[in-house]
Ligand binder design. Structure first.
Ligand SMILES: *[C@@H]1O[C@H](CO)[C@@H](O)[C@H](O)[C@H]1NC(C)=O
Ligand SMILES: *[C@@H]1O[C@H](CO)[C@@H](O)[C@H](O)[C@H]1NC(C)=O
Ligand SMILES: *[C@@H]1O[C@H](CO)[C@@H](O)[C@H](O)[C@H]1NC(C)=O
Ligand SMILES: *[C@@H]1O[C@H](CO)[C@@H](O)[C@H](O)[C@H]1NC(C)=O
Ligand SMILES: *[C@@H]1O[C@H](CO)[C@@H](O)[C@H](O)[C@H]1NC(C)=O
Ligand SMILES: *[C@@H]1O[C@H](CO)[C@@H](O)[C@H](O)[C@H]1NC(C)=O
Ligand SMILES: *[C@@H]1O[C@H](CO)[C@@H](O)[C@H](O)[C@H]1NC(C)=O
Ligand SMILES: *[C@@H]1O[C@H](CO)[C@@H](O)[C@H](O)[C@H]1NC(C)=O
Ligand SMILES: *[C@@H]1O[C@H](CO)[C@@H](O)[C@H](O)[C@H]1NC(C)=O
Ligand SMILES: *[C@@H]1O[C@H](CO)[C@@H](O)[C@H](O)[C@H]1NC(C)=O
Ligand SMILES: *[C@@H]1O[C@H](CO)[C@@H](O)[C@H](O)[C@H]1NC(C)=O
Ligand SMILES: *[C@@H]1O[C@H](CO)[C@@H](O)[C@H](O)[C@H]1NC(C)=O
Length: 836
């Protein structure tokens, strides 16, 4: 077909870059490719490659030079981000040097504008084939990853246009397929999003797989959703179609009015909505944007924002937030994570009374409140009868989708009945009626002022409680004990029944009874069943064995206390005291059992078990990073600071050691067994006749003087050293000269080789030398023989948070004067010491 070839030649001429004064000496690949081309993803086949300082690599197949060298070039080809295991076939922008030094300038990163199939990355030696009118991407093993699906004999070439559009064209130069019609998360200047198409965010800035946000154009508006079942709407801008079509005085039949399509276009200075009707495009509205002084792109990002970026000569800089006109920052679904409440950009967890140390929700990450919150007890469809709705004042939701008219009571009932309902919102229309909204999935909530928005919304979040103790079992023995006189018995029974009914009634009136911090009372039988007859032992604590159990879907840990031969009432009183102490870094006491023979405590289950399993042995599930270790040290410090300084009664733990530090699924550390020493010694005349605690963690004053919470601070110092060094303080497996870690540290401090105590296997620890030295100094501060010189736990927390410095001189002086050593291996004289 000679005519086709000459046409193609003409076309090539026209699509060449506009000539400019400088000429490029670097040989960039052509922006156009002919049919029957094959590229393999390796350096040999694609010579135009560059590796960026972080290891990301591009292999460019087509490059479209830009007439102005200070604008980025567009290229299509393979791209990977460090560590470069996976490539995508993509269109991306690349920065180039000035004409005197033309080459890819790797000091600014490439920016991906379009990807072929981001949910399916490919490897080295993947292939891109342009054949039979089709552009086909296959992985190295030949598996089909993506195709334009254009088996069209008319296709003669592939062109990467100056706009960033990749086009398959025919001999007439007409477009057969274009990347602009298949947007991913980005719109380039001049690009449109047509009715039914979506922009879908990436899941993470570093991960290209499809994320949860999408922006779409429907026949009646522009909408943004977050993926859920069903998807939840967080932005909408309706089209006023009829109005637009009628205005140009068209004669529309009722059918004709429905025959239109809509789209939005990213134009210079605006994001504009259009309707195409009877071959005419009519503008519906414009969202004005900053005018481009250079290149721009618009991207739906993984926080749900639609942002415009501009090229500032060296990199892309955010320039505008498109939906911002209509959307407050707090109205984005993930601004404060799931269940988080956004108030003027600040995130918090739901609670009944503001400032309450809350027992229903906890922050996923104390240092990042915007990560959101989780329910303290996860919702379980098996225990719907123990679910309640927690009312939240002045809270509303970004999307109130489907609703129906009813009264507030029925609305709440409907939510309690539906297992899928996570929250209910009710908006009054008049005194008795209103709209009821049930939410199967709850993203971020937002605070509002009823006076400002002009309406009142009742918000209820569903929370889970554990089964209450059986009431009948407590009543029966009482009834039996009443004895012979039947009449008395009958009267008693009647009274009891009446009281029970009254009590039930009162219980019903207060939906949070049993939740306000009070641990639940269980029967022994209940706990035996929950633990499957105490079959799965989790560990052996200082006070007795611990078993795994399950209440409904909720995992628990049940501790069987031994050596408690007294005071059921006192035991309960004490348990309630312990049970009412709530802190994110203390393991929560959920309930207890106390009968004639048994004393059991029910704790929340901690997925990752105790700390010793992670620091002393090579855990098959991996070692902890330094960042995690640091966080664990801080968590322990916060928990202890709370026990020592923030509780109504000061609580000394007296057995701080890695075995008593538990880790949840996110490696948040929590102290367990607090208050037990006190509990157990309550009746022993307030004097400890034997040393409690664990060898290796005992403070020197155990031998001589009064025991205070300062003993915990010493033990904390030991634990910190163990976390840092990855070995036990007293370790008989070590050579004798180094089997006492504190002695060893002391030696190393004297010779200035502190980091010698570290577990050398761990490279990451070697990388954070300075921070580690600071933490060791902190430990030394805590390990001083004179307990009055040890810091308070609140000071320790401040040091770890970087708010104050360690009194380093104090610590190191002490070390050099042999003041930190306590030879725990020396015989312990059983001198009675006071416990208070
Ligand atoms: C491919 O080329 C890039 C840049 O030229 C280089 O950094 C990389 O090491 C090469 N890869 C291989 C496998 O040769
Ligand atoms: C690459 O870009 C940086 C700015 O991003 C600039 O400082 C540098 O001079 C450029 N290098 C070349 C070779 O043009
Ligand atoms: C890619 O293919 C070349 C040539 O067939 C081969 O030498 C090379 O080992 C392959 N690379 C990978 C990573 O498979
Ligand atoms: C992307 O890859 C996945 C997995 O191979 C496949 O299911 C999907 O159809 C592909 N998408 C496109 C647009 O080719
Ligand atoms: C091509 O067709 C396949 C199979 O029908 C489909 O999965 C894929 O999404 C299509 N690709 C594009 C780019 O439309
Ligand atoms: C990207 O995210 C997906 C889904 O969240 C995950 O399966 C995948 O492993 C992630 N990929 C990388 C490289 O992190
Ligand atoms: C449509 O636009 C007209 C005027 O432009 C306006 O009067 C009307 O209220 C609009 N309708 C809607 C539903 O916004
Ligand atoms: C509009 O269409 C109706 C019938 O569909 C016709 O009667 C009327 O004359 C038309 N008006 C104009 C202005 O064309
Ligand atoms: C709708 O438009 C299409 C093409 O624009 C046309 O072929 C079709 O007849 C129209 N349908 C109606 C009901 O007007
Ligand atoms: C469509 O436009 C043509 C002229 O462009 C006009 O004659 C025709 O009446 C229009 N049809 C409708 C349904 O508006
Ligand atoms: C309530 O739902 C109806 C349709 O079910 C809808 O038209 C209305 O806009 C909704 N109300 C609100 C405030 O979302
Ligand atoms: C409240 O509004 C509903 C309709 O929305 C109506 O049926 C009902 O009678 C109203 N009640 C009062 C007390 O006005």
């Amino acid at each position: 077909m000679p005519w086709a070839e000459s046409l193609l030649f003409l076309l090539l001429l026209f699509s060449l870059p506009i000539p400019f004064s400088h000429s490029w000496s670097f040989d960039y690949p052509s922006p156009i490719a002919n049919i029957n081309s094959l590229w393999t993803n390796n350096n040999a086949t694609i010579p135009y490659s560059a590796t960026y300082p972080d290891g990301s690599t591009i292999r460019a197949i087509l490059v479209r030079q830009n007439p102005t060298w200070y604008s980025p070039f567009f290229a299509c080809g393979f791209i990977c981000t460090a560590p470069c295991n996976d490539f995508l076939f993509a269109i991306f922008s690349v920065s180039v040097g000035d004409p005197s030094n033309p080459a890819f300038n790797t000091s600014s990163m490439p920016q991906i504008m379009w990807t072929a199939n981001r949910s399916r990355p490919v490897k080295d030696n993947a292939s891109l084939q342009f054949k039979d009118g089709n552009l086909i991407l296959r992985d190295f093993d030949g598996s089909l990853v993506w195709s334009t699906n254009t088996s069209d004999s008319r296709v003669v070439g592939l062109n990467l246009a100056e706009t960033g559009n990749m086009v398959l064209f025919d001999a007439m130069g007409k477009t057969v397929w274009e990347s602009f019609e298949h947007p991913t998360d980005t719109l380039l200047l001049g690009q449109s999003l047509r009715q039914g198409k979506r922009l879908t965010s990436d899941s993470l800035a570093t991960n290209w797989t499809q994320g949860q946000f999408y922006l779409t154009v429907l026949d009646n508006g522009l909408y943004a959703f977050i993926e859920a079942d069903p998807p939840q709407l967080y932005y909408q801008r309706r089209f006023n179609i009829t109005d637009a079509i009628v205005q140009p005085n068209m004669n529309i039949s009722s059918d004709g009015a429905k025959n239109y399509t809509t789209y939005i276009s990213f134009l210079k200075g605006s994001l504009s909505a259009f309707v195409s009707f009877n071959n005419t495009d009519i503008n519906l509205f414009d969202i004005s944007l900053p005018s481009p002084s250079s290149a721009q792109f618009m991207s739906l990002e993984n926080d749900g924002h639609l942002r415009v970026y501009r090229w500032d000569g060296t990199s892309w800089k955010p320039q505008a937030d498109v939906l911002h006109v209509d959307l407050d920052d707090c109205a984005y679904p993930t601004v404060c994570g799931d269940y988080g409440i956004c108030s003027e950009g600040q995130c918090s967890c739901p609670s009944r009374n503001s400032g309450d140390e809350d027992q229903f929700f906890r922050q996923l990450d104390n240092r990042q409140p915007n990560m959101g919150c989780s329910l303290a007890i996860p919702l379980s469809c098996d225990l719907t009868q123990y679910q309640q709705l927690l009312p939240l004042p002045n809270v509303m939701y970004f999307n109130l989708g489907q609703n129906w008219t009813t009264d507030e009571y029925s609305c709440k009932e409907a939510c309690l009945k539906a297992c899928s309902c996570k929250a209910a919102f009710f908006k009054y229309n008049n005194v008795s009626n209103g709209s009821c909204y049930l939410m199967p999935k709850l993203f971020s909530l937002m605070n509002y002022q009823p006076e400002v928005v002009g309406y009142n919304l009742s918000a209820y979040i569903k929370v889970q409680m554990l089964p209450p103790p059986p009431r009948s079992k407590q009543l029966n023995p009482l009834v039996y004990h009443v004895g012979a006189p039947i009449i008395v018995a009958v009267i008693c029974i009647i009274i009891l029944i009446i009281r029970r009914i009254m009590k039930r009634k009162m219980d019903d009136d207060d939906p949070f009874k049993g939740l306000a911090g009070m641990p639940t009372r269980f029967s022994y039988k209940q706990l035996r069943e929950a633990t499957n007859n105490f079959s799965k032992k989790l560990g052996q604590g200082g006070f007795g064995p611990v078993y795994e159990g399950k209440l409904g879907n909720v995992k628990i840990a049940v501790k069987c206390l031994r050596d408690i031969g007294h005071g059921k009432e006192e035991f309960m009183a004490e348990v309630i005291t312990i049970g009412s102490i709530h802190h994110i870094n203390l393991v929560r006491l959920i309930g207890y059992c106390s009968d004639k023979f048994h004393r059991l405590l029910v704790y929340e289950h901690m997925t990752n078990g105790s700390l010793d399993k992670w620091i002393f042995r090579k855990n098959p599930r991996g070692t902890l990073s330094w960042a995690t270790r640091y966080k664990i040290i801080l968590d322990i410090a916060k928990g202890l600071a709370y026990l020592h300084e923030e509780c109504r009664q000061k609580i000394a733990h007296l057995d701080i050691k890695p075995g008593n530090i538990l880790l949840d699924d996110k490696f948040n550390a929590k102290i367990s067994d607090f208050g037990l020493a006190k509990l157990i010694d309550r009746d022993e005349s307030h004097v400890m006749t034997k040393i409690r605690g664990t060898r290796g963690y005992l403070a020197p004053e155990w031998l001589s003087s009064t025991i205070t919470e300062k003993a915990d601070i010493y033990s904390f110092g030991v634990v910190v050293l163990e976390i840092v060094s990855g070995r036990k303080n007293l370790d008989n497996n070590q050579p004798e000269a180094s089997n006492n870690l504190i002695n060893l540290l002391q030696e190393k401090i004297k010779v200035g080789q502190v980091l010698d105590i570290l577990d050398n296997q761990n490279e990451e620890i070697q990388l954070h030398g300075e921070e580690i030295i600071e933490v060791i100094k902190l430990a030394v501060w805590c390990l001083q023989r004179d307990c009055s010189k040890r810091p308070a736990m609140s000071q320790v927390v401040k040091v770890l948070e970087g708010k104050i410095d360690t009194e380093t001189s104090a610590g190191y002086d002490a070390a050099s004067k042999d003041d930190i050593n306590f030879d725990a291996s020396s015989p312990l004289s059983p001198a009675p010491v006071s416990a208070r």
